[in-house]
Design a protein around this ligand. Structure first.
Ligand code: AMP
Ligand code: GLY
Length: 423
């Protein structure tokens, strides 16, 4: 199998690492990739949104399977373009990728399929939105309807904060076209977990759950980020709760999409709030989470490539995925100043010696004149797996401390909820 992975982050490095271990693999490319990925795959200098060039590359190189990492190319139709060229692509067509590209599309789907989620309303008019917020009171959640790179959500503690978000999104246009309309939601309270499922259009197989750490600072403080760390499995989502979420959220969504003639193939990521009334859907994403993917790949013992092919070919009903019972934990090393103003192009020295159970994935790195430097906000994902979560955490932080990068920082408390819950 000749495989092309699309993306350049820690998630794509972890996907390449797992795919490279497949006995089915004969050739692996990654576009555009990063220096860590370049040790496993041939990197190709094509951007993730240059879909025409990606299709040409895949056709010219007889690629058997394309694996898009991020949502942007999926929302932009990479799966449609590959399908038109007769190339398998493990991701949804644009019509189904709207689950991530449009909040109101997802909320309408939830209502149609009876999926538990926050009560909501959509507004195209700022004054009507303000009126609604004043009537409902705070706390309340204001979301830009379109794709806003994780920045389009304000959990407002006061009516004034909600009104300011409405003004920002709808009048000042801070989110561009994504904020022209907003979705306003009831504020859910509980612990958040990410549940993943591999889907072939009709069948969904659980890919495990993970807990992300979205805030930049220890103790879940400071601004939201793409995710500062993760661990899997999540004690908060028991096997029973996971099956309930598959039955009440994932499978009904899949059935509803299929009924509309837009079957979902690929990775379905449900952001869940574990409320007093059970798990409720916060949002769907149409891809793996980053850094959730990294911990899932450390725990997956089955052949990822075989699983992705089965998803593309509609053969998941007879498929089985195996997982290591050992927990895995990931710590993100970010550049100082992240998320607002990460310092760029600071040199990264040694990544430390190899340690058992530890993997260091590159997320935002590049080579400048032979020197490894940071190139983004989230720069490295340091992951470890061990027989207990406490040991995995210890190993991950030992590996973090062995990395020579003075301009990097990380949270020191990844896994705290699970470790505190277990004493
Ligand atoms: P989203 O981009 O939809 O994942 O939202 C980003 C974050 O905002 C989520 O991870 C939650 O922490 C929070 N959030 C979104 N919707 C709600 C809601 N209805 N109630 C409470 N928190 C929410
Ligand atoms: N870590 C959350 C996400 O990838 O959306």
């Amino acid at each position: 199998m000749r495989v092309l992975v699309v993306g350049s982050g820690g998630r794509e490095h972890a996907l390449c690492w797992k795919l490279a271990a497949s006995p089915l693999l004969t050739k692996l490319w990654c576009a555009p990739g990063n220096p860590g990925i370049a040790e496993l795959a041939e990197t190709v200098p094509i951007g993730v949104l240059d879909i025409a060039a990606l299709v040409d590359f895949a056709r010219d190189n007889q690629v058997d399977l394309v694996v898009p990492g991020p949502e942007a190319p999926l929302v932009a139709g990479i799966a449609d373009a590959m399908q038109a060229a007769g190339i398998r692509c493990c991701g949804p067509l644009a019509a189904a990728a709207r689950l991530e590209g449009s909040k109101s599309f997802t909320k309408e789907l939830c209502d149609a399929a009876g999926i538990p989620t926050a009560l909501w309303e959509r507004f195209d008019d700022a004054e009507a939105a303000r009126e609604f917020v004043r009537r409902r009171g705070a706390p309340i959640v204001v979301k830009a309807d379109g794709l806003a790179a994780g920045k389009g959500v304000v959990v407002a503690e006061t009516v004034a904060e909600a009104e300011a978000a409405i003004a920002d999104f709808m009048e000042a246009g801070t989110m561009g076209p994504a904020g022209r309309s907003v979705v306003i939601e009831e504020c859910l309270v509980g612990e958040e977990v990410s549940l993943f499922a591999l889907c072939d259009g009709t069948t969904a197989l659980p890919l495990g759950a993970a807990q992300d750490h979205k805030r930049v600072g220890d103790g879940d403080t400071g601004p939201n980020t793409g995710g500062m760390g993760a661990y899997s499995p999540t004690p908060a989502l028991s096997a029973h709760l996971q099956e309930a979420a598959m039955a009440r959220i994932i499978r009904p969504a899949l059935a509803e999409l299929a009924r509309h003639g837009t079957p979902f193939r690929g990775i379905l990521f449900a952001g869940l709030m574990l409320t007093e009334d059970g798990a409720k859907l916060i949002e769907f994403n149409v891809r793996f989470g980053d850094p959730e993917c990294q911990v899932l790949m450390l725990r997956l013992t089955s052949d990822l490539l075989a699983a992705l092919l089965a998803a593309c070919d509609g053969e998941l009903a007879d498929f089985d995925l195996r997982w290591s019972p050992d927990p895995a934990l990931a710590v993100v090393l970010a550049a100082r100043g992240y998320p607002a103003n990460p310092v760029r192009h600071t040199p990264i020295g040694s990544l430390g010696a190899a340690m058992p159970g530890v993997q260091v994935f590159h997320a935002g790195t590049e080579l400048l004149g032979g020197q490894l430097v940071s190139s983004g906000g989230r720069v490295l994902t340091v992951c470890a797996t061990a027989p207990s979560l406490a040991e995995a955490r210890k190993a991950a932080y030992m590996a973090v401390d062995a990395i020579d990068w003075p301009q990097g920082f990380c949270r020191r408390d990844i896994g705290w909820r699970a470790l505190t819950a277990n004493g």
